[in-house]
Design a protein around this ligand. Structure first.
Ligand SMILES: Cc1cc2nc3c(=O)[nH]c(=O)nc-3n(C[C@H](O)[C@H](O)[C@H](O)COP(=O)(O)O)c2cc1C
Length: 260
C-alpha cells in the first residue's frame, strides 16, 4: 500500500469471478462508462454494448461467470465515423487493417479506464477473450451492423469476498520495460521470467483449482497439476490454438472489413 489511491487501485486490481448478489445502479454504471470514454483516443472507433441479461450473453455465445450482474461487449466501430464522413460529403478511403489497428487501441484504452474506474467504486471485473470468434452470434443477438466488430467481453459487479483476493504475478519489470534499447533476453532472463510466473501461479493453486489445462493432442501429457503452470499453459496455447489461417480473418471479412 502507498498513500496514493490511484496507484493502490491499479496495483490491487485482479480479475473477479465470483460476485455478490447486488445490482450495479444505473448511476454507477453511467459513471464507469463515462470514465471509459474519457480515455485517450485515435478516432473513437469504439463502442460498448452492456446488458444485465446472462441469457442474452449465452445466446451470443459468450459464457459469463454465473453470479456477475452486468456484462459488456466492446467493439471496434467504423460505422459511426463513416456516417460522420458521409454527412460531410466524404467517402471513406482508409486502409481497413489500419482502422482495425486504431480501433483496437481505442477499445483497449477505454476498457482499462473503465476497469480502473469500476475498481475505484468498489466493483470488480473480468474479461472474456473469445468474443471475436463469436462475432456472428454476437451480431445476431445484439443487432450489430457490419463493420462493427467485437474485441472482448467483460463482466462487472461487486466482488464476493468468498473469492480469495489474489494478485497474479507479472514478469519482473526489468524483463519488459527497457531504458534506451530493447533487451534481447538471454536464456537466464527467460528462466527468470518463467520462474516468477510459474512459481507464483503454482503457489496460488491457479490451474489446479480451476482444473484447467490446454490438452496435448499429439503426445502424452506427463505434466501433473503440481508442475503445470503459466509458461506451459501459454506455450501450449500458442502452439496449437488459432493456427495460421484459422478463421479470424474470414470472420472479419464476413463482417464487412476489406482485408486482402
Ligand atoms: C483479452 C483477455 C481475455 C481474457 N479472457 C478470459 C476468460 O475468457 N476467462 C477468464 O476467466 N479470464 C479471462 N481473462 C483474464 C485473465 O485470465 C487475467 O487477466 C490474467 O490471468 C491475469 O490475472 P489478473 O487479471 O487477476 O491480474 C482475460 C484477459 C484478457 C486481457
Amino acid at each position: 500500500m502507498t498513500d496514493n489511491i490511484v496507484l493502490d487501485t491499479i496495483n490491487n486490481r485482479r480479475s473477479i469471478r465470483e460476485y455478490l448478489d447486488k445490482q450495479v445502479s444505473d448511476e454507477v454504471l453511467s459513471q464507469i462508462l463515462e470514465a471509459g470514454f474519457r480515455a485517450p483516443f485515435a478516432a473513437q472507433l469504439c463502442s460498448v454494448i452492456y446488458t444485465r441479461s446472462r441469457e442474452k450473453m449465452k445466446k451470443a455465445g459468450v459464457n459469463v461467470y454465473p453470479t456477475a450482474p452486468i456484462h459488456m461487449i466492446y467493439f471496434i466501430d467504423l460505422v459511426r465515423l463513416e456516417k460522420i464522413m458521409k454527412h460531410l460529403g466524404y467517402e471513406y478511403g482508409y486502409d481497413d487493417m489500419m482502422a482495425i489497428w486504431l480501433g483496437m487501441q481505442d477499445v483497449v484504452l477505454m476498457i482499462e479506464n473503465l476497469t480502473i474506474a469500476a475498481e475505484s467504486l468498489g466493483l470488480g471485473s473480468v474479461l472474456y477473450g473469445l468474443a471475436p470468434i463469436r462475432a456472428d452470434s454476437i451480431a445476431k443477438t445484439f443487432n450489430v451492423p457490419k463493420r462493427v466488430f467485437p474485441v472482448v467481453g467483460m463482466s462487472v459487479g461487486y466482488p464476493d469476498p468468498v473469492e480469495e483476493t489474489v494478485i497474479r504475478p507479472r514478469f519482473p519489470l526489468e524483463m519488459a520495460a527497457f531504458e534506451d534499447e530493447y533487451r534481447n533476453h538471454t536464456d537466464e532472463d527467460i528462466k527468470i521470467c518463467m520462474k516468477g510466473m510459474d512459481e507464483g501461479f503454482i503457489a496460488q493453486g491457479y490451474y489446479i483449482k480451476a482444473k484447467t489445462k490446454v490438452d496435448l493432442v499429439d503426445q502424452e501429457d506427463t505434466i501433473g497439476f503440481d508442475k503445470y503452470s503459466w509458461s506451459e499453459h501459454i506455450s501450449r496455447k500458442f502452439r496449437s490454438a488459432f493456427k495460421r489461417g484459422d478463421p479470424l480473418i474470414d470472420i472479419l471479412r464476413r463482417h464487412g472489413f476489406d482485408l486482402r
